[in-house]
Design a protein around this ligand. Structure first.
Ligand code: 5AD
Ligand code: SF4
Length: 436
């Protein structure tokens, strides 16, 4: 039996797909070369914006056609769409799908497949899907989910519905997974969670007695920084309200990358309050100041939504102004998309699409201007880069600031941290030569 997983959306979904693949391998299934040769197709869906959901509706209809050539094909839909489909509106639009379940229920996938007549071996599986042994994408970098779900209820966001309430993985399980990766030679880990810096260990007794931190997320980072072999530790996404002094202090632990992703969403206090974000622009800028003081030169990333209900031109000016003050290296800018079931859905979506677009471009241009300027510091510098891919003598990867890099080289460099001399510091790529 062969499976094929199609993943939409964020890194958390990519990580979930790695764990679903691990579960299916445990059950004796193999990965198909594509949808056409699979007996089970899983769509791991995203609900963050309407456009992401629309893509899934289109794709499922194409996939269901494959049942004509393979009658035993099972089409399963999981991820964020099923979790938020409280009144079966989406399910009704996907009659060809055999299974439709929220990601948290993936542990029941074996029973669901058996109910459809698929014969499976009896296995003792973990109770939480985050504990499944994943099928990592490569042998040098890995996603480590430490938390899933969210209790924050930002008014525009589907996550608390689609993924459910926040659950945190045990320190023991996380540390064991990272130690195993280190033994296999993995160099970089990306910790994942929705409000990751509010990680609450279910088993704080497993922090070592030497650990200097009280805050659980800081303490976890300290534990992971002790693991020999791992070189770079990165995490996403932090929430400004939990960026405490202890968490800020961990930015200079030896393996932390020189990058922090700290979504601000908006720069006007009125909009932040309507979004149910629990900080003000002043708090945010104060945190940024502390971060830069602790780790000068750190690259900063953010997420911003433009055109939230009621966002005036003046509110938006405040966002653009905060953008300049924070001096972000990268911002994932999104036009507000109303999501049914969220509190903001009841607010009038009163910023015209053209105006949302205009605001989006203002931020995009601002970002390009800032990043181009900031990247100049890398010109003619020797920097460390993790090489991810090589093709016909051209390699790519990223540096410690999580910026995309390109350099000359061959396959033997893949999965290694090497030195590169930057010849050209562009907006979205640092180009250079391998230093031997
Ligand atoms: N509309 C637009 N962008 C959204 N995001 C979350 N919900 C919405 C929405 N309804 C953005 C936020 C979040 C990122 C993952 O997606 O900026 O941080
Ligand atoms: Fe969504 Fe807010 Fe939770 Fe992030 S913190 S997942 S934006 S509800």
């Amino acid at each position: 039996m062969k499976f094929h997983i199609i993943t939409y959306g964020c890194q958390m979904n990519k990580s979930d797909s790695e764990r679903i693949a691990g579960l299916l391998r445990e059950l004796g299934w193999e990965e198909a070369s594509g949808a056409e040769t699979a007996d089970l197709i899983i769509l791991n869906t995203c609900s963050v914006r309407q456009s992401a959901e629309n893509r899934v509706f289109g794709e499922v209809n194409n996939l269901v056609e494959l049942k004509k050539t393979n009658p035993r094909l099972v089409v399963a839909i999981t991820g964020c769409m099923p979790g938020r489909d409280k009144n079966n509106q989406m399910r009704k639009k996907l009659p060809g799908a055999d299974l439709f379940f929220p990601i948290i229920d993936v542990i029941h996938l074996p029973e669901m497949l058996q109910a459809l007549g698929v014969v499976l071996p009896q296995k003792n599986l973990p109770q939480d899907y985050l504990d499944f042994a994943p099928q990592y994408t490569n042998n040098f970098q890995a996603f480590i989910p430490i938390q899933t779900g969210c209790n924050n209820f930002c008014t525009y966001c589907v996550v608390p519905y689609s993924r459910g309430r926040e659950r945190n993985r045990s320190v023991k399980s996380i540390v064991e997974e990272v130690k195993k990766l280190a033994e296999k030679g993995y160099l970089e880990i990306t910790l994942l969670g929705q409000t990751i810096n509010n990680y609450q260990a279910p088993d704080p007794e497993n922090f070592s007695s030497l650990n200097p931190f009280k805050n659980h997320f800081a303490a976890l980072l300290w534990e992971l920084n002790q693991i020999e072999g791992i070189k770079w530790i990165h995490y996403t996404a932090a929430d400004p309200q939990y960026m405490s002094d202890e968490v800020i202090a961990t930015l200079i632990l030896p393996k932390q990358v020189n990058y922090l992703h700290l979504p601000v969403q908006a720069g006007s206090n009125a909009v932040l309050a309507k979004m149910n974000r629990k900080y003000t622009r002043e708090n945010y800028l104060e945190i940024i100041t502390k971060i830069k003081k602790t780790r000068p030169g750190i690259a900063l990333g953010t997420d911003i939504i433009v055109g939230f209900p009621g966002e005036t031109a003046e509110d938006f000016t405040q966002t653009a102004d905060l953008f300049r003050q924070a001096d972000f290296d990268i911002s994932y800018n999104a036009k507000y998309s109303p999501r049914s079931g969220t509190p903001a859905f009841k607010m009038a979506d009163d910023v015209l699409l053209e105006e949302k677009e205009r605001r989006w471009w203002v931020l995009q241009n601002l970002m390009e201007e800032i990043v181009l300027r900031k990247n100049q510091i890398f010109s003619n510098q020797e920097i460390e880069v993790l090489v991810e891919k090589c093709n016909n003598g051209l390699c790519s990867g990223h540096n410690n600031e999580m910026k995309f890099v390109q350099l000359n080289g061959d396959e033997t460099l893949v999965g290694k941290i090497v030195k590169m001399k930057v010849d050209e510091a562009g907006m979205w790529v640092l180009r250079g030569k391998l230093v031997i």
